[in-house]
Design a protein around this ligand. Structure first.
Ligand SMILES: [Fe+2]
Length: 378
């Protein structure tokens, strides 16, 4: 994680324990706990619940289905917080997609610090009594390694990022069995999201040699193993993609992503999923950024270090990957709203203000984003 310190930079690499591979959840047996609460999404099977219960060496395991849909709001988190407060766990497991994991970060925060204020930005004092375990059932978002919890502000009708580096779970469990049945289109578009975290993070204004190697490795793994998604079930190789996605998430969390994310976040108001919107904008953003020779040499370096002969090949891989799944419906949404969006100052102003897109290597202005939007919606 990068923190501005004025005259110097501070790099913190907070690395959680990562359990991965077949039956990785059984690794939790070695973590002592008395009472465990499992916060989960709507599709957790009874079999997996059984597996989690037998993996714990605690006295009691309580399963709580999340009480929010999509991004949580303070209101929709409340019933879950109440249940957790009544049960008083010392270990919290979040099993689900990004919004389940992000919601669980806030549930733990309010359980331990009831007077927590989402508008307060200096939370480095949070010292947890509980342990948080994230078990992602999707791939690509990087929520499991993110310092942000994406909330929905009901009053303003906007997504909000509540950020504390203390939010990163202490343990991450990556089990391929939990994601292997997801629809192929979702898996493929999510891998584009992971690619975008590695590429945008690497190219961002925040530079760190150690984090660079995570981006290079993530891209190398995705380019080497992505075909397992379309060619058939292979848990071992899906697990490699889960790790690549986590590496890419670490890059995103440290380096702050750029214009692709700034624009994609605005498209959620038009019903587009995060990963579909990312797939629509990523190639145009890369092309626009690498027009600058310094940025281009950085992209060339990324390509070479991640196993490609030159930048053009990495860009070609990204473009070909995106044509591997059908984005017609999503592109039609962008095209049919194009005139209105281009005439809408608020859309681009919100993109420029987006906290999750401030790391673009070329300073962004409205015209810069409009050019990208125009090219992406051709
Ligand atoms: Fe993303």
């Amino acid at each position: 994680m990068w923190e501005p310190q004025g005259i110097y930079s501070k790099f913190l690499l907070k690395q959680p324990t990562i359990l991965f591979g077949e039956n990785a959840i059984m690794g939790l047996k070695t973590y002592a706990s008395s009472k465990v609460v499992v916060i989960h999404g709507s599709s957790l099977s009874e079999d997996y619940k059984q597996k989690v219960s037998s993996a714990m060496s605690s006295f009691e395991v309580n399963f709580v289905k999340k009480t929010w849909e999509g991004e949580p709001t303070l209101e929709t988190l409340n019933p879950t917080i109440k249940k957790v407060e009544e049960f008083r766990p010392d270990l919290i497991i979040a099993i689900g997609g990004g919004s389940v994991i992000d919601g669980a970060k806030m549930v733990r925060t309010y359980y331990e610090f009831p007077f927590f204020d989402v508008n307060e930005t200096s939370f480095s004092m949070l010292n947890w009594k509980t342990t948080l375990v994230a078990v992602p059932t999707t791939i690509g978002s990087g929520a499991e390694i993110s310092s942000a919890s994406v909330m929905y502000n009901d009053a303003e009708k906007t997504k909000e990022f509540v950020v504390s580096h203390q939010f990163i779970p202490e343990i991450i469990v990556l089990e391929a069995s939990l994601i292997i049945d997801a629809p192929k289109k979702i898996l493929l578009s999510s891998m584009v999201d992971a690619l975008s975290h590695a590429i945008e993070g690497y190219m961002s204004t925040i530079d760190n040699l150690l984090v660079d190697s995570y981006a290079e490795k993530a891209i190398q793994i995705i380019s080497q193993y992505h075909e397992v998604i379309s060619k058939g079930v292979d848990e071992q190789n899906i697990n490699k993609l889960q790790l690549a996605s986590l590496f890419a998430g670490l890059v995103q969390n440290h380096c702050i992503v750029g214009a692709t994310h700034a624009l994609a976040h605005q498209m959620s108001a038009y019903g587009l999923s995060h990963s579909s919107a990312i797939a629509i904008f990523l190639p145009s953003v890369i092309k626009k950024n690498i027009k600058n020779p310094i940025v281009n040499s950085r992209f060339e370096q990324l390509a070479k270090h991640s196993g490609f002969a030159k930048g053009e090949d990495l860009l070609g891989f990204v473009e070909e990957f995106i044509t591997g799944f059908d984005l017609t419906k999503e592109l039609n949404v962008v095209r049919s709203n194009k005139e209105q969006i281009l005439a809408d100052d608020v859309f681009f102003q919100q993109a420029l203000n987006d906290k999750g897109g401030q790391g673009n290597p070329i300073p962004m202005d409205k015209e810069f984003l409009m050019d990208i939007f125009n090219e992406a919606s051709l």
